[in-house]
Write a protein that binds this ligand. Structure first.
Ligand SMILES: [Zn+2]
Length: 454
């Protein structure tokens, strides 16, 4: 069996991955809070852990892997969006969840085994909070329930920081009902205009962190194999998840392996609304950047490195995928290449796997290329509508050739220049030689514009 090695944030080393039960490999990834369109950075964990899910399925069998990615549908950001727009909280959460799932599907991510919504697990959260209180790890005060951080000696171990360092560096909220400023909210009271559930502490709603602990336990058990998310979630979210789960269950670990993907930049700068370089996955799709192209750009950077999205990379990715799609058209997939599998098994070395795809394409091994690309979620038939919509360009090539011959005689190249400009504008590369005219779809190819020329 292929040996998988993963960098474990918990131990800061690359370790051999040994599942608790090879017949039931279990992974949890923190999903989105649904109040707005997913921005491009939100796509990174979805793509990274989708590749890991595909690799685990390849190694252990498709039925042996359970992948849970939650949806946070109770959060003050959703409440604020509802108040701003005059729409109901449920409507915003439903609409935004559907957007998220559509956008991630457009990026070629497989549907996780379970996509639990926080509001479906409130009784489980209440029960876990009751256990934490009974064990002395939490306390109720003024309608709130707080986790007593000092009761868990290993708090901060994931990020390798002491509680005192964290207090110094974090924006901890001081509140009169807290025993200690580091204590975090498990439950908070809801006024009549906010979503709320009856609980032993009055009508209220859960804090964010407890959702993941309760849903992970319900769907994966008290200890499971892999927990993933963006590096921005390491503290406080993941520290808090660990504290809650381990203290409620009395376990040595919540997840055995913790994995964190690095953040995304755009053209070398942090993506932010104030810099004007903030955009969503949907913005790119609407601008005609195919989901497969976005995915391919992402895979060219290792998940533990900061990733830079650039227009140049997108254009190159599009041209490469067009070539590979042409090469593999009508070909039946063979076996994924050993080198591609080995690269992925080495801490998800996606750039290494992509290098192997280039090698296979260069060697003309279309069957191997197709099978290896599928392991990365590329070149699948479902993802290829954008490339297969390539119209037959031979008629246009003939027209341009005729115009060129006429121009040679008349010395008037206006018609040739006009046709060339239209083709370039439609994303077609025009290659003219003594042998004739060759038209090749290039980056920015626009099938609709080409159809209009036919
Ligand atoms: Zn989480």
């Amino acid at each position: 069996m292929t040996e998988i090695r993963l960098t474990n944030t918990r131990t800061r080393t690359k370790e051999r991955f040994v599942p608790l039960d090879p017949g039931a490999v279990r992974m949890y990834v923190c999903g989105p809070t649904v109040y707005d369109r997913a921005h491009l950075g939100n796509a990174r964990p979805a793509i990274v852990f989708d590749v890991l899910y595909r690799l685990l399925r390849h190694v252990y069998g498709a039925d042996a892997v359970t992948y849970v990615r939650n949806i946070t549908d109770v959060d003050d950001k959703i409440n604020a969006r509802a108040a701003e727009t005059g729409r109901s909280i449920a409507e915003i959460a439903d609409e935004t969840s559907a957007w998220y799932l559509d956008d991630m599907a457009a990026l070629g991510t497989l549907t996780p085994t379970h996509t639990p919504r926080a509001t479906q697990y409130v009784p489980e959260m209440v029960a876990m909070i009751q256990t934490l209180i009974a064990r002395g790890h939490a306390y109720a005060a003024s309608g709130h329930v707080l986790f007593r951080v000092r009761s868990f000696a290993e708090y901060g171990r994931l990020s390798g920081r002491s509680v005192d360092d964290m207090i110094a560096g974090a924006r901890v909220e001081v509140a009169p009902y807290k025993e200690d400023p580091m204590d975090f909210v498990l439950w908070k009271p809801s006024g009549p205009d906010l979503p709320g559930w009856d609980s032993p502490w009055g009508r209220g709603r859960p804090g964010w962190h407890i959702e993941c602990s309760a849903m992970a336990e319900a769907l994966l058990g008290e200890t499971f194999d892999i927990h993933g998310g963006g590096s921005d979630l390491q503290f406080p979210h993941h520290e808090n998840e660990i504290a809650q789960s381990r203290c409620a269950h009395g376990t040595e670990a919540m997840a055995r392996v913790w994995m964190h993907n690095e953040m995304l930049q755009v053209e070398g700068r942090k993506m932010s609304k104030s810099l004007g370089n903030f955009f969503t996955v949907r913005d790119l799709l609407d601008r005609g950047v195919p989901g497969e192209v976005i995915r391919f750009v992402f895979l060219q950077t290792h998940y533990r490195k900061p990733m830079d999205w650039t227009e140049g990379k997108a254009r190159e990715a599009e041209a490469t995928l067009r070539k590979w799609r042409a090469l593999t058209e009508g070909v039946a997939a063979g076996e994924p290449s050993g080198a591609a599998v080995a690269a992925l098994a080495d801490d998800l070395n996606t750039p290494g796997a992509v290098a192997e795809l280039h090698r296979l394409a260069g060697a003309g091994d279309a069957a191997g290329l197709l099978a290896s690309a599928e392991l990365l979620g590329l070149l699948s038939p479902e993802m290829g509508a954008w490339a297969s919509a390539t119209p037959d360009l031979s008629g246009l090539a003939g027209r341009l050739q005729a115009a060129r011959e006429a121009a040679m005689a008349s010395k008037d190249f206006a018609e040739v220049d006009r046709l060339k400009a239209l083709l370039t504008e439609a994303g077609v590369e025009v290659r003219m030689s003594k042998a004739g005219v060759d038209l090749v779809p290039a980056a920015g190819f626009d099938a609709a514009k080409v159809e209009a020329l036919l």
